[in-house]
Design a binder for this molecule. Structure first.
Ligand SMILES: CSC[C@@H](O)[C@@H](O)C(=O)COP(=O)(O)O
Length: 401
């Protein structure tokens, strides 16, 4: 499986796969502290709601394990809190990071409160590191459960052709966006493992092309039968290609089920309703934000204009230096270097929201690690029930409320 996050506890180190360079180059970069994590998250070297949270948490774990902070438990707790507050500012829409920061802060505060202020700094550091490491483990297990619940739901609720389903997804929600397996892409992976998948389609996902660069890469890597389409082909695809279900991830699900996800998700939900195609959100409970009543309260990140006006990719050699006419042995053109090309007219204004909000009304089900929630007889989601009986400190519980 592709690994976006490589963490070692002894000696402590964290490396991430630089997703800005994919699919052309597989390069891992070191993230030794919170500052490096902040910049990697903001620049989208790592992206995807769960991956952002895990990288932020583990970067601070590495920093705590490799730098002298203080002997004092109180001072270590304050240090951790300040670093987490800083990390949360890196990107605003995905709630997983704020959720992780809240839980980790509480763990260090509780630990510091048990100890005398002047000593115990080491115990507080260790409590933080253990909790951050546990997040990595829980995320993979949660994603596998999401994959199973989502696959079973699609098998039993969506239209099948010769017993199999065809699924469309958007953005990247796979191993690259999580600690492993993925959420929506995890559902597709599980359908494939169960021999229930006829075909997967993934959108290009303009403007950042997470679909074309990352999801297509993961699907090809895993040899899952898949086809890439541009975002503008989705309506024709639903009309002509027998799509059984659309399954996407989420950056924040508000208490009523309105869901912020990659820009373009809302358009797919509208199209799915028109074409009577099932529309599913797949996300861990850490993405559910009960403190946000509905989608109108979700802060949508707006990104730089040049993400829309420019495209990035490799420059292909027309004629190779060795006279081979620019072809590799396998017949593919030779990529020379990454270049950025302007594709928009000079002087035009640009609006670049990174996410949109899909109203709960357009969503048929929300798949989490504990099962699929559907709307009740009143036509609303009861997401609070997902947290019933959960211990506050459990890493699967969203204490964001
Ligand atoms: C499991 S990832 C879920 C979402 O974070 C994903 O669908 C998405 O919108 C990612 O956006 P990105 O801007 O690439 O971080």
């Amino acid at each position: 499986m592709l690994k976006a996050i490589v963490y070692e506890s002894s000696p402590p180190s964290l490396r991430i796969l630089d997703q800005l360079l994919l699919p052309y180059t597989t390069t891992y970069i070191s993230i030794p502290n919170a500052t490096a994590a902040f910049h990697a998250i903001r620049s989208m070297q790592v992206r995807g709601a769960p991956a952002i949270a895990i990288v932020a948490a583990l970067a601070l774990a590495v920093e705590l394990a490799t730098t002298e902070v203080s002997e004092s438990s109180e001072e270590v707790a304050v240090f951790v809190k300040e670093k987490l507050d800083y990390l949360v500012q890196s990107r605003p829409t995905a709630v997983n990071l704020a959720d992780a920061a809240g839980k980790l802060s509480k763990i260090v505060e509780d630990k510091a409160a048990q100890l005398s202020g002047a000593v115990g700094g080491d115990a507080v550091r260790k409590a933080y590191i253990n909790a951050a490491e546990a997040m990595l483990v829980h995320d993979v297990a949660d994603n596998k459960a999401i994959g199973r619940h989502g696959a079973e739901w699609i098998e039993s609720h969506a239209t099948r052709h010769e017993g199999k389903v065809t699924v469309l997804t958007h953005c990247n929600t796979g191993s690259l966006a999580t600690a492993g397996h993925g959420t929506a892409l995890g559902v597709i992976r599980t359908l494939h493992e169960r021999s229930s998948l006829s075909h997967a389609y993934c959108t290009e996902t303009r403007p950042y092309n997470q679909g074309a660069r990352l999801t297509a890469y993961e699907l090809a890597y895993e040899k899952i039968p898949a086809t890439l389409v541009t975002d503008s082909m989705a309506a024709a695809l639903m009309r002509l290609k027998g799509i059984s279900a659309v399954v996407v991830g989420a950056d924040r699900v508000s208490a009523n089920g309105d869901t912020a996800n990659k820009i373009g998700t809302y358009a797919l939900a509208v199209l799915a309703r028109f074409h009577r195609v099932k529309f599913l959100i797949a996300a861990p409970r850490t993405t559910i934000d009960l403190a946000t009543a509905d989608g109108s309260q979700i802060v949508i990140e707006e990104r730089a204009k040049n993400e829309v006006t420019m495209v990035k990719g490799p420059r292909w050699d027309a004629v190779g230096a060795d006279g081979s006419e620019g072809l590799e042995g396998n017949g593919e053109p030779k990529a020379l270097e990454n270049v950025t090309i302007k594709i928009a007219a000079d002087g035009v204004d640009v609006w670049n929201p990174a996410f949109d909000v899909t109203p709960a009304d357009l969503i048929d089900g929300i798949v989490t690690e504990v099962g699929v929630v559907e709307k009740g007889s009143e036509g609303t989601f009861d997401l609070r029930s997902l947290f019933a009986g959960k211990d506050e400190d459990d890493s699967g519980t969203n204490t964001n409320e």
